[in-house]
Design a protein around this ligand. Structure first.
Ligand code: GRF
Length: 194
């Protein structure tokens, strides 16, 4: 694990598919004093992802891989990550499931953030389902990625209280705010454990 630490910041990639608020937050975190990571690469499977604007804004290398031929794309991505000495991949609203082979061959850490208290409410439309089930709490989870959807080992979770007036939109907003606090904390935690 020593290789992951070194004396410099750990090179990190962020994979996105959508608006990229977690990406923006992670970039700001990585630029903050004493941050252990540096984001050097942004990947999207969607060339219309709004979050790609942050690559331009912060001058970070970006690449689009459609994942239509997933095994071919994953091979190219692995080569690139290796070439760029990237040791951590943060998934942030990335809508593809990485293969077992990719996870194994990468060898570094792959993290994901999910807007529920896993193992509850894996998958899509989380907030709608939580509201429909009249839950009183939800939250967010940062976990290691394995080849099953939203199922790897949990790193950190934050509970969020649901009020009677919440709907899926207000809940999503509340939780997203907590996601932005949780993801950097989870990164610090895994790095301090290396
Ligand atoms: C977040 O709620 C995240 O937990 C989920 O997808 C959403 C992405 O939002 N996996 P953003 O693109 O980071 O704004």
């Amino acid at each position: 694990m020593e290789k992951l630490i070194g004396s410099k910041k750990i090179k990190t990639a962020v994979f996105i598919s959508g608006k990229g608020s977690n990406l923006e937050n992670l970039i700001n975190f990585s630029l903050s004093k004493n941050s252990p990571i540096l984001i050097t690469f942004i990947l999207s499977n969607n060339n219309k992802a709004k979050g790609l604007r942050f690559a331009k804004k912060f001058g970070i290398t970006q690449k689009i891989f459609s994942f239509k031929k997933q095994n071919i794309d994953e091979k190219k991505i692995l080569n690139f990550l290796k070439k760029k000495n990237i040791k951590i991949v943060c998934l942030a609203g990335f809508m593809r499931i990485l293969s077992k082979d990719f996870i194994k061959k990468f060898g570094g850490k792959i993290l994901n953030i999910h807007p529920s208290l896993l193992p509850k409410y894996k998958g899509l439309n989380t907030h709608e389902r939580v509201i429909r089930n009249k839950e009183t709490f939800s939250g967010c989870t940062v976990h290691f990625v394995n080849a099953k959807l939203d199922s790897g080992k949990i790193i950190l979770q934050k509970k969020v209280k649901i009020s009677k007036t919440d709907n899926s939109k207000t809940l999503a907003k509340k939780i997203l705010k907590q996601e932005h606090l949780l993801y950097p904390r989870a990164i610090r935690k895994i790095i301090s454990n290396l």
